[in-house]
Design a binder for this molecule. Structure first.
Ligand code: COA
Length: 335
């Protein structure tokens, strides 16, 4: 059995910065409200028609990650693409990445686990590498949220939180089983499926049905979030799944060198930081600049932490995520 190790990281954010005050021009909200409740100051939004898509942003991040890994796109044995906002309803965006990277053919699989998508992707990559089936696996998390949010006052509880962007990681085979991904921990609880969801259009609520109903109150084609329920579950599940990972590796919270939480809400990260007694330097947050980029959030944050020299060889890096499904998970990594 092999281990897997991250050998290249990359990120891509659209140039277009949207501040809280920009949003306040479109809806009844304020910079103070958004910062106090979420920590977000600004986020990036794609400018439609200028070339950025969920897949293209993923490709931009992937090219950087592949180069930093010292590889060529043709060395990639498998693509795992995590998103809730794919370019098309079908096929998934992984195949578009394979084509744009000019990889003749390779397996490409989309992962539908929303904010936990990158952690699920990393765990899947790790298993394919551990089994010996593939050597180099590219994991991408990318979102184009702005294309599908309600920027009127009706949608303010959701639309101020989410931003666009992509991150990518290249994992490769590692012979030393004390290095790389030590363990992954994944969970779901489908009884909360509709508490953070986009119900229509879907095969249960197809476009003609929505159009025929012609109900101005029916906004099932926009995301719905029960914010307080999500918050309450998130703080519990983040803490549990981090502890689960540490315990499996006979480690305690004091072993953590860097925690990279999914950037859901600064208050959630601060709660987890306090719970585990971590310092500001041991928890990486960038939600202030990018908002919640769902599947993109952990790989973007991990890339920035690495670029800033905050992750060094030998460090214990913990990734943790929670989101729609509900799904949650953690990765325990010896860098
Ligand atoms: C979304 C969230 C910030 C809302 O904060 P909250 O303190 O729970 O606020 P509430 O939803 O109770 O709303 C409080 C009031 O603010 C209003 N409000 C909601 N969004 C607003 C906005 N953007 N600007 C101004 N007011 C807003 C509500 O309408 C409500 O008004 P009312 O009291 O007159 O009815 C918070 O619930 C949260 O962070 N949840 C977790 C979300 C998350 O992490 N999602 C990603 C999961 S991966």
């Amino acid at each position: 059995m092999y281990n897997s190790r991250i050998v290249g990281l990359g990120k891509y954010l659209p140039d277009n910065i949207v501040t809280n005050n920009d949003l306040a021009e479109k809806m009844d909200t304020s910079d103070a409200w958004i910062q106090e409740r979420t920590g977000i100051k600004e986020r990036r939004h794609i400018v439609k028609g200028q070339g950025d898509t969920t897949a293209s942003m993923g490709v931009a991040a992937a090219r950087i990650a592949i180069k930093r890994a010292g590889l060529q796109p043709q060395d990639i044995d498998m693509i795992l693409f995590a998103t809730l906002s794919p370019d098309y309803y079908f096929p998934g965006s992984g195949v578009i990445v394979q084509e744009l990277l000019d990889i003749p053919t390779c397996p490409a699989m989309d992962i539908r686990n929303q904010c936990s998508g990158f952690v699920y992707g990393l765990a899947t990559a790790d298993q394919f590498i551990k089994s010996g089936m593939y050597k180099n696996v590219l994991v991408i998390g990318s979102e184009n949220h702005s294309g599908g949010l309600d920027f009127t006052t009706r949608g303010r509880g959701v639309s101020v939180i989410f931003g666009d962007g992509a991150g990518a990681a290249v994992l490769t085979r590692e012979e030393d089983n004390k290095k790389g991904v030590l363990s992954s921990h994944l969970h779901s609880e489908g009884k909360f499926a509709e508490e953070l969801s986009l119900i229509g259009p879907s095969t249960n609520r197809w476009v003609p049905e929505i159009l025929e109903a012609n109900d101005p109150e029916d906004v099932s084609y926009y995301p719905y979030m029960n914010g307080q329920l999500v918050f309450k579950n998130a703080v519990v599940r983040f803490s549990e799944v981090i502890m689960e990972g540490l315990t499996q590796n006979n480690l305690g919270p004091d072993a953590i060198d860097m925690l990279v939480p999914h950037q859901a809400n600064l208050r959630i990260s601060q709660f987890v930081q306090k719970k585990f007694g971590l310092t500001d330097d041991q928890v990486y947050n960038n939600i202030q600049r990018y908002g919640n980029t769902t599947a993109g959030s952990i790989p973007i944050a991990l890339t920035e932490a690495w670029e800033e020299g905050k992750i060094k060889s030998g460090d214990l890096v913990v990734l943790a995520a929670f989101g729609s499904g509900f799904t949650w998970g953690s990765s325990i990594i010896r860098w």
